[in-house]
Design a protein around this ligand. Structure first.
Ligand SMILES: N[C@@H](CCC(=O)N[C@@H](CS)C(=O)NCC(=O)O)C(=O)O
Length: 225
């Protein structure tokens, strides 16, 4: 039996969505973020030493890292679904976007979340202006331009084809959904600024499997690390 160790409001939502798209049986084991720190509970370290979500167990196999999990589930249980045929240009795009989502797109989005928090965090009055100035400078000189580059790139990719790896939905789109949802929640992605990415979100949100996964996973807003 596939068990998804699911942290509320987190990247593991993608694993639930993939499993729903594939129509597989699975169990959801739930973990709640600490209300103050938003970190995962220590019990998740009993499943994997990093204590992050998602983690999937499948018989004797324990696997962390959302890209690796999606790849494993598609190859082991997908029966050829949600993956382009080997040796095609689409398959290369699939591999690329499966890695790009966490390897390149997420880091500036995570930095944005952290520096926004630095800017608004309570601090002694004599530290606050310094912290705010540093946070604003890092955001305007580094994080903002990086986000523009990545969002521009993703937008241009979806101007060339319907999904990230061709004309069919694949697991690469499921993996890409998290940075795009995060960009909507924290980096100003709207229908006006990034119409293709916005349309992508509308298309995925309308999928019955996405909605079933939300029912299983609980409230989801991508506002956390
Ligand atoms: N690159 C990893 C990131 C895993 C990760 O950071 N997960 C977050 C949830 S979105 C987490 O567990 N946060 C809570 C914590 O760090 O304690 C993946 O894609 O699986």
């Amino acid at each position: 039996m596939i068990v998804v160790h699911h942290l509320n409001n987190s990247r593991s939502q993608r694993v639930l969505w993939l499993l729903e798209e594939l129509g597989l049986d699975y169990e959801v084991r739930r973990y709640q973020r600490d209300k103050a720190t938003m970190l995962a509970p220590p019990s998740l370290r009993e499943v994997h030493p990093l204590g992050k979500s998602p983690v999937v167990t499948d018989g004797a196999t324990t696997l962390a890292e959302s890209g690796a999990i999606l790849e494993y589930l598609v190859e082991r249980h997908g029966g050829g679904r949600l993956i382009p045929a080997a040796g095609t240009p689409e398959r290369l795009l699939y591999t690329y976007f499966l890695h790009y989502a966490e390897g390149s797109a997420m880091p500036p989005l995570l930095l944005k979340l952290i520096f926004d928090r630095v800017e608004s965090a309570p601090a002694p009055f004599f530290v606050r202006p310094i912290a705010r100035t540093i946070a604003r400078r890092v955001t305007s000189s580094f994080i903002g331009p990086q986000l523009e580059t990545h969002l521009g790139f993703m937008e241009s990719e979806l101007a060339r084809r319907t999904w990230f790896a061709g004309e069919e939905l694949t697991a690469a789109d499921i993996q890409m959904s998290f940075p795009i949802e995060a960009a909507q929640s924290r980096a100003g992605l709207t229908a006006e600024t990034r119409p293709k990415l916005h349309a992508f979100l509308q298309r995925i949100h309308a999928r019955p499997a996405y909605q079933r996964a939300l029912e299983k996973g609980g409230p989801y807003g991508v506002g956390q690390a």
